[in-house]
Design a protein around this ligand. Sequence first.
Ligand code: FES
Ligand SMILES: [Fe+2]
Length: 418
Amino acid sequence: MTSTDTAPPSAPSATPVYTSMLDGHADDVVGRDARSVMARLVRLYQENGTDQAPAQWREPVRNYSDPRRWRDEINSIHRRVPLPLAMSCELPEPGSYKAIQVVDIPVLITRDAAGAVHASVNACRHRGAELVAEGVGRTNRAQRITCPYHAWSYDMAGCLVGVAGEKTFGALERGRAGLVSLPAEERAGIVFVGLTPGRPLDLDNWLGDLEPLLDGLGLAGCHHYSTRVLPGPNWKVTVDGYLEGYHFASLHRTTVFRTNLSNMAAFDSWGPHQRNAFALRPIAEAATQPPRSWDPAACVGAIFWVFPGLAFSGGWRQQVAVSLVLPGRTVEESRTQQLILLRHPPADDEERTAADTTRDWFHDVVLDEDYATGFGVQRGLAALDGTDFVFGRNEPGLQQFHRVVERLLDEGGADIPR
Ligand code: FES
Ligand SMILES: [Fe+2]
């Protein structure tokens, strides 16, 4: 029924092996973008530099720990902007669904017979029972979701289509008893959901010039291999760890730093979204070679970030690691779904083992190194109340993220900004 897997891996992880998917993209928007980022990174490598913000940024520590501020963030950000809550390939066919908890809202995403996605509150309109447990799955052949409590049933658009024992229950106006509907739309292989009923998503405006690049990654055609759920500290403590490569040499000395250089990234942003393109070790050799021989998939670790909490790592490769970071139920908690997508289902044991290796490697590094550190940050927040964190000029991604958070808080979510 569900592919959610929370079991920790038992053996130490091997390092994944990567294969490029850029071969067919020489002249399109993705290929041109990859080559231009690589050229920038080669220059940064030659200068031993990294893209920099014009100045440092000071962020009050209280902004990570104040429950009122946290509630404002949920209301101004997560309840207002289009939230990327699923990958299209998690719902591969009519009758597929994904259930996911977002703070205090249980969301149910479904795919109907025509292939369109819908989103609803995952709560029965009779007396509120949770319709399906969190995770992904497929409904029965009739494509009905049946409430486990008293067996009311709904179609994949959330309409009430069956009331058990209706003769004794009494008459019911079915049009008023469908699931509470939420806006939902798919773009570039991502399912976006709005948590405010009736509020348009306006994805053209929200994604802007990032959309062709996301679309070119071919995520819509991927195969969903695995999902693991990671508990984390405050959602911004967690997000901060995704947006800079300044920590690779120190925190990830025996893991990420084996494949990446540290403190060396080309930074781009599109409206609220961003990309940190980290230098991978083969760039040292490539920098001595003519550009026509460069392989960006081997030399650039590009992490696309769709605001407020979706990261793609390995978008130019055969295996893509997706991280969906969402606030938890309190200011001190977040939850991350970590997905592995493949360009096609594993054809044999060798490909399955390779996918397992990638899955375990990402899980171990992120949980044991990044999130373990984040929980340590969380433990110190109260004692640092009244002080500021400082984001360096070499951490432009952090600055951009917190600037967008500030702007949305200022606007109170009145508009969806670019
Ligand atoms: S709560 Fe769902 S049918 Fe009663
Ligand atoms: Fe990290």
